[in-house]
Design a protein around this ligand. Structure first.
Ligand code: PGA
Length: 251
């Protein structure tokens, strides 16, 4: 049985002390939770301090990015080895903000995904269409290309253990969510593509998160859908109260 995953993407928010303040509250309020896997992805600068707070708890740590080489002359980059060393078990890869502002292509996302696996970090690989692509009926085409190219050439074990996040770009930080039916349709479509690339079992086992304005108000309708296995949450993960509500939904 797949365990759902509730992941908080803090993006470029919070100093070290603000991050520690939030994680302390979170840790105390969700310590009894067992039905959902909990993940926080703070900024690189706060990973060490947050890791110290969550040791021995039911909260996991992830980074928001990583580089595709393990070490070397790549000024300003952070390697999977370093991410692992600081206590991360997950890394978000190919978030739409990275695709948009830092020109991350599917090929780069693929290299980063493989690099993450080489240090036993579980990648959370993001895909999603822009508003323009949706309005011109390109959604399926865009998603298929992102999935096929970003997740190309993995072993069956890797393909089933990674996490995919479907995040329609037009729904991120806008307060507009894809309707549960719209989300379900794409999640199901992703499984179909994945089945062709790998196998029926892998497509069934892989967890697919929905992201884009997830909040305590819409979590229940989204999670009723059979192909949605959790959420990747930005805004609502920055406040203890709303993120705790999202986590407790699963209990
Ligand atoms: P949001 O962000 O919840 O603020 O829309 C989601 C994300 O970008 O992962």
């Amino acid at each position: 049985m797949k365990k759902p995953l509730m992941a908080g993407n803090w993006k470029m928010n919070k100093t070290v002390s603000e991050s520690v303040e939030l994680i302390k509250i979170l840790k105390n309020m969700v310590h009894y939770v067992t039905n959902v896997e909990i993940l926080v992805c703070p900024a690189f600068t706060a990973l060490y301090a947050v890791n110290n707070e969550i040791k021995g708890s039911n909260i996991n740590l992830g980074s928001q990015n990583l580089f595709w080489e393990l070490k070397g002359a790549f000024t300003g980059e952070i390697s999977p080895t370093m991410i692992k060393d600081i206590g991360c078990s997950y890394a978000i890869i190919g978030h739409s903000e990275r695709r948009q502002y830092f020109v991350e292509t599917n090929e780069i996302v693929n290299r980063k995904t493989k690099a993450a696996f080489s240090t036993t970090i579980t990648p959370i690989v993001c895909v999603g269409e822009t508003l323009k692509e949706r309005e011109s009926n390109m959604t399926s085409k865009v998603i298929e290309k992102q999935i096929r190219e970003s997740l190309f050439g993995l072993t069956l074990g890797q393909a089933s253990s990674l996490v995919i996040a479907y995040e329609p770009v037009w729904a991120i930080g806008t307060g507009k969510t894809a309707s549960p039916d719209q989300a379900q349709q794409i999640h199901h479509f992703i499984r179909k593509i994945y089945e062709q690339m790998y196998s029926k079992d892998v497509a069934y086992e892989v967890r697919i998160l929905y992201g884009g304005s997830v909040s305590p108000d819409n979590i229940s309708d989204l999670m009723k859908k059979p192909d949605i296995d959790g959420g990747l949450v930005g805004g609502a993960s920055l406040e203890a109260e709303s993120f705790i509500k999202l986590i407790r939904f699963f209990e």
